[in-house]
Each structure stands twice: as structure tokens, then as C-alpha cells.
Write a protein that binds this ligand. Structure first.
Ligand SMILES: [Zn+2]
Ligand SMILES: [Zn+2]
Length: 354
């Protein structure tokens, strides 16, 4: 048995790890890298044909976006993920197995919630006495999503989130910075627009806004409100204290004609939609602030606003820094660690025998 790094180490995007076994190989994630010449995992058609299972850590494109490509190249096996992750996928896999229902005579799977978004999990596989751990995208510090901390685990190989690399700013300092900006804008009665992804940090930011600016009205587009409602119905993924706060929160739907003072959530992190840009430019014209809080894709609406000096970018942490990853290493017993999701740690060995 061996582990083959098919993408996601020494780069960000196309996260994909192949566990090659004599009879049935499996993948952990199958991501696509946006805006790249070679966006797909580094897998041969022969390797793809032998893949029997794909375990998904969560729904984000950099972990699932290459699934259609995988089918086109001969994959005919089963995809395993949490129910919540399946519900978030735009294209449903042909053969799905819910995480809770997976069983195999010699692949033992243990998993926990990874705190990154609703439905996100880490995995530990035990196969013929060998163990592999994949943290997926992982944070223990968020406000909203549940995390089952990775502790006292033994693994021969652990692939761990290290997305923020040597940047030592932790959750408190990065998110604290955004909260300070929200507070200052409230004092000056300046509106703020927060473009957020469909699944992930939006609810965290919403909770933060309501805590630091309790008197400022909050507005959101329809997608954001629908997502909030769906996620509140899936209690398993939300911290109980966050659930209580979220259900008390009053959020008004954005009315196109009027954009009164407030904090605006748009479920469109890259600002591709014309309706989002319309809101953004009207609020900017009234001295409002556009706050970007995560990855900005080249040539997106968000990218253009940054270049025009009309938006500011601050990180809302949903991954680990090197230091946080090292702390996890200290709390577990891993023989070999592969930091992933960053360009800072290059691939040392593309394939590792187990
Ligand atoms: Zn993610
Ligand atoms: Zn990711």
C-alpha cells in the first residue's frame, strides 16, 4: 500500500490524495484549482480506473471540483461524504454512500467534524495495521462550526492543514482585526458589505457583526438567508451557543431600491453576480466599505474592486497556520507529517510506501 500525492501539497487547490492498494484504491478529496492551466489532480487513467472510493472532507471546489473530470476519465466507484456535504454539491455523484453507512472488511474509518464549514470532516483510516490521518480543512477556533479536536491519535502518515503557513497571526488576531473595523464603521455610521462564500465563514462573520455592532441592522441577499436557514436545521454541525445566537438574530432581506445604513452580507464571495456588484457600487458611492475576508480569484469582481482600491482584504481564519499545525502534531502521535494547502511546503516525496 502507498500514499500518492496527486495535488494539494506545495500548492493551494486541487487537493487530492490517492491511497493505492492492490485490489481497491481510494482517494481522499478530488479538487480543482481555479484559474490554472493544469487544474486537475495528477492521476493517470490507469490509476483512476482502479479507484473504488472517493472520500470527501467537504464540499469546497478545491476538494470536489475535479469529480466530473474523474468520471470522464473512467471512475465508476462510490463517493463517501457527510449528508450535509452531499447536499452542498452542485453536481451529485452517481453512487453515494453516507459517511455513517460506510463499511468495508479491511478499511476501518474514523472521522470527526473539522470546524471549517457545515459537513466538513477529518478522517483516520486503518488498513492492515497501517494508519493514515487527513485533517481536511481544519480549525478549532471558529464561532459557529463544531470541531471534534484531533487528539491522541496515532498515524503512520498525517496530512494536515497548514494553509496559512508561516503567517503566525492566529484566529484571535486576524478575526479581531475585522471586528475592530466593523466597530469603527459602526461608530462612523458607515455601511459595510461582506461578500462571503455560500458555505463557510459567512455565518461566523454574521455572528461577529451582531456581537460587536449589536445596534447595526444586518441585511443579506436571498441565498445567504436560505443558507442560514438550512444550516440552522442541521444542528449536528453548529455549536450550541452559536445556534442560540443565530436563531435570535434578525436579518432583513436586501431591498433593491433602498440600501439604508447597515452591514450587508452577499452570498457571492468573488462578486460574479451583477446584482451583487450593483449593491456593492451603490454602497461604495455612499462611502461604505467593502470587506473581503478570504481567497480572491484573479479577474473576479472582488479582484477588480481590490485593484480599484474600493475594497479591503482581511483574513477571517478558517484554516491552520504552521504553528497551529505543529501544536496538533504535539497532541498526537504521527510518524510522518505532510503539511498541505500551502505553497510554502513543497512536495518532498510524491509517493510514500506504507
Ligand atoms: Zn474549504
Ligand atoms: Zn481547501
Amino acid at each position: 500500500m502507498r500514499l500518492v500525492i496527486a495535488g494539494g501539497v506545495g500548492e493551494s487547490g486541487r487537493n487530492c490524495f490517492l491511497v493505492e492498494r492492490e485490489r481497491d484504491s481510494f482517494l481522499v478529496d478530488c479538487g480543482r484549482m481555479t484559474g490554472k492551466k493544469h487544474p486537475y489532480p495528477d492521476l493517470t487513467p490507469e490509476q483512476i480506473c482502479r479507484v473504488r472510493y472517493v472520500f470527501l472532507t467537504h464540499s469546497h471546489t478545491d476538494h470536489t471540483g475535479a469529480l466530473p473530470w474523474l468520471y470522464e476519465n473512467g471512475f465508476s466507484g462510490e463517493v463517501i461524504a457527510s449528508r450535509q456535504t452531499f447536499s452542498q454539491l452542485k453536481e451529485k455523484p452517481q453512487r453515494q454512500i453516507m459517511l455513517e453507512n460506510f463499511s468495508h472488511p479491511d478499511i476501518r474509518v474514523e472521522w470527526g467534524r473539522s470546524g471549517h464549514c457545515a459537513g466538513s470532516v477529518w478522517y483516520r483510516f486503518e488498513i492492515a495495521g497501517k494508519t493514515l490521518l487527513f485533517s481536511g480543512d481544519y480549525t478549532e477556533s471558529g464561532y459557529v462550526y463544531q470541531c471534534d479536536p484531533i487528539r491522541r491519535q496515532k498515524a503512520h502518515i498525517a496530512v494536515l492543514d497548514s494553509a496559512y503557513g508561516s503567517d503566525e497571526r492566529d484566529f484571535e488576531s486576524t478575526c479581531g482585526q475585522i471586528e475592530e473595523i466593523l466597530r469603527i464603521c459602526a461608530e462612523e455610521r458607515r455601511s459595510v458589505v461582506l461578500p462571503v462564500p455560500q458555505y463557510g465563514r459567512g455565518l461566523d462573520l454574521c455572528l461577529a457583526a451582531s456581537r460587536v455592532c449589536p445596534k447595526t441592522p444586518i441585511f443579506a441577499d436571498e441565498q445567504f438567508l436560505v443558507q442560514k436557514m438550512i444550516q440552522q436545521q442541521n444542528e449536528q454541525w453548529i455549536r450550541p451557543e452559536a445556534m442560540r445566537e443565530l436563531s435570535r438574530l434578525r436579518i432583513q432581506m436586501i431591498a433593491d431600491r433602498m440600501l439604508p445604513y447597515g452591514i450587508y452580507f452577499l452570498c457571492d464571495s468573488q462578486l460574479y453576480r451583477r446584482s451583487s456588484l450593483n449593491v456593492v457600487y451603490r454602497i461604495v458611492a455612499r462611502k461604505g466599505l467593502v470587506l473581503l475576508t478570504g481567497r480572491v480569484d484573479a479577474k473576479s469582481g472582488s479582484d477588480q474592486l481590490l485593484r480599484e482600491g474600493k475594497a479591503r482584504l482581511y483574513r477571517w481564519s478558517v484554516h491552520c497556520t504552521d504553528r497551529e499545525r505543529e501544536k496538533i502534531e504535539g497532541q498526537n502521535d504521527f510518524r510522518c507529517v505532510i503539511p498541505y494547502h500551502t505553497a510554502e511546503h513543497p512536495v518532498i516525496q510524491k509517493s510514500l510506501e506504507l
